[in-house]
Write a protein that binds this ligand. Sequence first.
Ligand SMILES: [Zn+2]
Length: 150
Amino acid sequence: MQSGKIAEIWTLLGTVPDPEIPAISVVELGVIRDVKFLNNEFIISVTPTYSGCPAVKTFQDDIKTQLNQNKIHNFKIEIVYKPAWTTDWMSNETKEKLRKYGISPPEKFAQCPQCSSTSIELISEFGATACKSLYKCKDCLEPFEHFKCI
Ligand SMILES: [Zn+2]
């Protein structure tokens, strides 16, 4: 019975958007490491993305709200720092969603998400958040954010 509940929790977590990039969920972002049942409560292990990223607090609140709304109250969120989160935990499917959303996904080289050009210039090391840098495409002249690879 608990394993069914765990599957339900994963499904619910899959509907919690990343506060910074609503196009992807916290599960797709790769920050949810594990969901287990121990001593009558569910333990949700979360590895924050960039340390000090303000989004970490936001999505913990969003997770609590989402589970509470679905009548799941016996859980706690456990922050796990090791191993550190890495953009490698993002699937190719998730990276594709980022591209469609207009963000150059975390790959070695930034690429314009609009026209796929690699002729780009760095505008700022930091975009709207520390997790992203700001570029401008020299071909279509569109500015875009690149999700930094870590
Ligand atoms: Zn372009």
